[in-house]
Design a protein around this ligand. Sequence first.
Ligand code: ZN
Length: 148
Amino acid sequence: MSELMDLYQEVILDHTRRPRNFGSLDSATHRAEGDNPLCGDKVSVALELDGDVVRDIRFEGKGCAISTASASMMTELLKGRKVALLATAFRQFQDLVTGRAIEPPEDLGKLIAFAGVAAFPIRVKCATLPWHTVKAALENRQQPVTTE
Ligand code: ZN
Protein backbone atom coordinates (compact mmCIF):
# COMPACT_ATOMS: atom_id res chain seq x y z
CA MET A 1 0.00 0.00 0.00
CA SER A 2 2.78 2.47 0.83
CA GLU A 3 4.37 1.83 -2.56
CA LEU A 4 1.06 2.70 -4.12
CA MET A 5 0.88 5.89 -2.07
CA ASP A 6 4.40 6.80 -3.22
CA LEU A 7 3.32 6.28 -6.79
CA TYR A 8 0.29 8.51 -6.26
CA GLN A 9 2.48 11.16 -4.71
CA GLU A 10 4.75 11.02 -7.75
CA VAL A 11 1.80 11.65 -10.07
CA ILE A 12 0.66 14.63 -8.01
CA LEU A 13 4.18 16.09 -7.75
CA ASP A 14 4.67 15.72 -11.49
CA HIS A 15 1.53 17.78 -12.16
CA THR A 16 2.53 20.36 -9.54
CA ARG A 17 5.93 20.86 -11.15
CA ARG A 18 4.68 20.78 -14.74
CA PRO A 19 1.00 21.75 -14.75
CA ARG A 20 -0.79 20.70 -17.94
CA ASN A 21 -3.16 23.07 -19.76
CA PHE A 22 -1.80 26.03 -17.81
CA GLY A 23 -2.27 29.46 -19.40
CA SER A 24 -4.86 31.74 -20.92
CA LEU A 25 -7.43 30.74 -23.51
CA ASP A 26 -8.42 33.53 -25.93
CA SER A 27 -11.13 31.42 -27.55
CA ALA A 28 -12.89 30.74 -24.23
CA THR A 29 -16.68 30.62 -24.21
CA HIS A 30 -16.93 30.10 -20.43
CA ARG A 31 -14.81 31.39 -17.54
CA ALA A 32 -14.89 31.54 -13.77
CA GLU A 33 -12.66 32.41 -10.85
CA GLY A 34 -12.25 30.39 -7.70
CA ASP A 35 -10.81 31.25 -4.33
CA ASN A 36 -9.93 29.12 -1.32
CA PRO A 37 -9.06 31.70 1.37
CA LEU A 38 -8.31 29.00 3.91
CA CYS A 39 -5.17 28.00 2.00
CA GLY A 40 -4.69 31.00 -0.31
CA ASP A 41 -5.42 29.08 -3.51
CA LYS A 42 -6.69 31.12 -6.45
CA VAL A 43 -7.62 29.58 -9.76
CA SER A 44 -9.29 30.78 -12.91
CA VAL A 45 -10.63 28.32 -15.44
CA ALA A 46 -11.49 28.99 -19.08
CA LEU A 47 -13.27 26.58 -21.40
CA GLU A 48 -14.06 26.56 -25.08
CA LEU A 49 -17.16 24.52 -25.76
CA ASP A 50 -18.10 23.13 -29.14
CA GLY A 51 -21.70 22.00 -28.71
CA ASP A 52 -21.57 19.64 -25.75
CA VAL A 53 -17.86 18.90 -26.11
CA VAL A 54 -15.03 20.59 -24.23
CA ARG A 55 -12.83 21.55 -27.17
CA ASP A 56 -10.25 23.24 -24.95
CA ILE A 57 -9.75 24.04 -21.28
CA ARG A 58 -7.01 25.95 -19.47
CA PHE A 59 -6.38 27.22 -16.01
CA GLU A 60 -4.30 29.94 -14.40
CA GLY A 61 -3.65 31.08 -10.89
CA LYS A 62 -1.54 30.38 -7.88
CA GLY A 63 -2.20 27.64 -5.42
CA CYS A 64 -0.69 24.92 -3.30
CA ALA A 65 0.58 21.63 -4.71
CA ILE A 66 -2.76 19.88 -4.24
CA SER A 67 -4.91 22.55 -5.91
CA THR A 68 -2.49 22.95 -8.82
CA ALA A 69 -2.21 19.21 -9.44
CA SER A 70 -5.98 18.82 -9.17
CA ALA A 71 -6.56 21.60 -11.73
CA SER A 72 -3.92 20.13 -14.04
CA MET A 73 -5.31 16.60 -13.94
CA MET A 74 -8.93 17.76 -14.08
CA THR A 75 -8.28 19.74 -17.27
CA GLU A 76 -6.56 16.71 -18.80
CA LEU A 77 -9.57 14.58 -17.93
CA LEU A 78 -12.19 16.98 -19.34
CA LYS A 79 -10.42 18.14 -22.50
CA GLY A 80 -12.00 16.66 -25.61
CA ARG A 81 -14.76 15.01 -23.58
CA LYS A 82 -18.48 15.64 -23.24
CA VAL A 83 -19.50 18.39 -20.80
CA ALA A 84 -21.72 15.89 -18.98
CA LEU A 85 -18.61 14.07 -17.73
CA LEU A 86 -17.98 16.92 -15.29
CA ALA A 87 -21.01 16.15 -13.12
CA THR A 88 -20.27 12.44 -12.69
CA ALA A 89 -16.50 12.87 -12.38
CA PHE A 90 -16.89 15.70 -9.84
CA ARG A 91 -19.22 13.58 -7.71
CA GLN A 92 -16.77 10.66 -7.80
CA PHE A 93 -13.86 12.97 -7.01
CA GLN A 94 -15.64 14.49 -4.01
CA ASP A 95 -16.44 11.02 -2.69
CA LEU A 96 -12.82 10.00 -3.22
CA VAL A 97 -11.21 12.93 -1.40
CA THR A 98 -13.66 12.81 1.49
CA GLY A 99 -13.23 9.06 1.92
CA ARG A 100 -16.84 8.26 0.99
CA ALA A 101 -16.10 6.40 -2.22
CA ILE A 102 -17.76 3.00 -2.10
CA GLU A 103 -17.32 2.07 -5.73
CA PRO A 104 -14.10 2.37 -7.74
CA PRO A 105 -14.25 5.82 -9.34
CA GLU A 106 -14.11 4.58 -12.91
CA ASP A 107 -14.46 8.00 -14.61
CA LEU A 108 -11.49 9.51 -12.81
CA GLY A 109 -8.51 7.77 -14.40
CA LYS A 110 -5.29 8.75 -12.65
CA LEU A 111 -7.12 11.32 -10.52
CA ILE A 112 -7.50 8.38 -8.15
CA ALA A 113 -4.07 9.58 -6.96
CA PHE A 114 -5.99 12.03 -4.78
CA ALA A 115 -7.39 9.27 -2.56
CA GLY A 116 -4.76 10.16 0.06
CA VAL A 117 -6.38 13.59 0.55
CA ALA A 118 -9.12 11.86 2.57
CA ALA A 119 -6.63 11.64 5.46
CA PHE A 120 -6.22 15.45 5.40
CA PRO A 121 -9.69 17.05 5.60
CA ILE A 122 -8.24 20.58 5.41
CA ARG A 123 -6.92 19.72 1.94
CA VAL A 124 -10.31 18.73 0.54
CA LYS A 125 -11.07 22.36 -0.36
CA CYS A 126 -7.73 22.65 -2.16
CA ALA A 127 -8.47 19.54 -4.21
CA THR A 128 -12.05 20.46 -5.09
CA LEU A 129 -11.56 24.20 -5.78
CA PRO A 130 -10.79 23.76 -9.52
CA TRP A 131 -13.84 21.50 -9.88
CA HIS A 132 -16.18 24.00 -8.21
CA THR A 133 -14.71 26.67 -10.48
CA VAL A 134 -15.23 24.79 -13.74
CA LYS A 135 -18.78 23.97 -12.65
CA ALA A 136 -19.41 27.69 -12.02
CA ALA A 137 -17.97 28.51 -15.45
CA LEU A 138 -20.34 26.09 -17.16
CA GLU A 139 -23.28 27.52 -15.20
CA ASN A 140 -22.24 31.05 -16.28
CA ARG A 141 -22.12 32.24 -12.68
CA GLN A 142 -20.84 35.80 -12.46
CA GLN A 143 -19.69 35.76 -8.84
CA PRO A 144 -16.29 34.28 -8.05
CA VAL A 145 -16.51 30.91 -6.34
CA THR A 146 -15.26 30.66 -2.82
CA THR A 147 -14.88 27.57 -0.70
CA GLU A 148 -15.83 29.54 2.43
ZN1 ZN B 1 -4.43 24.66 -1.04
